[in-house]
Design a protein around this ligand. Sequence first.
Ligand SMILES: [Zn+2]
Length: 495
Amino acid sequence: MSFAKIFTRGLLGLHAPLIEVEVHVSQGLPSLTIVGLAEAAVRESKDRVRSAIINSGFQFPTKRLTINLAPADLPKDGSRLDLPIALGILIASGQIPENATDNLEFIGELALDGQLRSVTGILSIAIACQQSGHQLILPKQNAQEASQLPQFEVFAAQHLKDVCEHLSKQQPIPQYQVQMPIAVDQYQCDLADVKGQLRPRRALEIAAAGGHSLLFKGPPGTGKTLLASRLASILPPLNMQENLEVARIYSVANTVHTFGQRPFRAPHHTASAIALVGGGSHPKPGEITLAHLGVLFLDELPEFDRKVLEVLRQPLESKEIVISRASRQMTFPANFQLIAAMNPCPCGYAFNQDVRCQCSADAIKRYQNRISGPLLDRIDLHLDVPPLQATELQDTTPVENSQTVRERVIQAYQRQIQRQNCLNHALSPKQLEQYVVLDPQAQKIIEMAQQRLNLSARAYHRVLRVARSIADLSEHSEIQTQHLTEALSYRAQQN
Ligand SMILES: [Zn+2]
């Protein structure tokens, strides 16, 4: 046998396309050529593979080796192809028998001594591998992550030798004992820690119930961050499919995540556009994708670069981000809930009775204008978070905890899904006509408000969606006056 073919996987965004590693050993001067759009990291694998083969007790063939990575038009990056390349060389040079690698896939980086090292994106690889009906042999450090996938057989090896002994049937690798991941559905931050602030708490609950975006405006130290960081704890738990979706993103991004929790991401205001929405020469998920099915919190909103904020507009509507690179397009999911916070002025104390604001009227205007109208327009709920009064701070009566609020949110979720199969924030104008029925008095109020507040069509629809969520929280199928006026109150403060 002077030819071998091994299956492995690349990584393209969140997907893991199949790659065939073909190895041909022929007579001629000793050489090793890798063809098939291999990038630098793959070309470097030559040296690692050579050392790993020798240090595992095999011989590196002193012949002409040609390695082809197919399909040729798929860019191949990283050191993940080390193991399949080494196995291809060993099979093609007749050092291990060529048998039954047809339904097997291999992945892993090799250390010079032949030890296997973990790779990123293993969950994407495992999902694709399972869909093809293949089994996966992977580095031991990756086994736990891959076994998050239900009903997937994982074979974990520590050394190149282990894989060779498995293939030559000397010592089969035992199937990895799957420890089903325990979804940790508890959060350290609880609403019980937040004193007072009844109105912002209420807005947070409405935002959670309908998946609405929210802007808190207020001086420093009023608990805006405290409130925002508790949104995830009042959202309904994720199901298994959603947990996997989130875990897959974190696997590709190589970032730590607690399985079962909704993500909470709070990028700093110096974040670049690429850090926020994703990209780079090998496109990686950005903060909005890391916040998928969870919360994206932008504190000090006006401090963000305006251009950076503008790139948020499209994913806020489409719930995904398309990144174009040369001839390729990649789509990352970005179904996040946005919470933003800002001070009323650069010093933070405008409209405050106790502390004097140092800013000129001009500076305040400039500060507020840093956020574009269209972006503000896309935020459903706006509200002021006032400084706490001394009496509120001293109040020791217990407040509702996250679990209590969460139960109401879950009820509201169920009402929405049963009625329209989506959350209220996603209702189209056509669906609004069908599902947001106003009584005559409410109709009159919205018409008056539209004139007085000069609502854009988009803002008008947002008010209706929020009113729908408020009605759902109070288990009403019709929108009544009080639901609508409350929804309008989260719009009126926009100045
Ligand atoms: Zn000020």
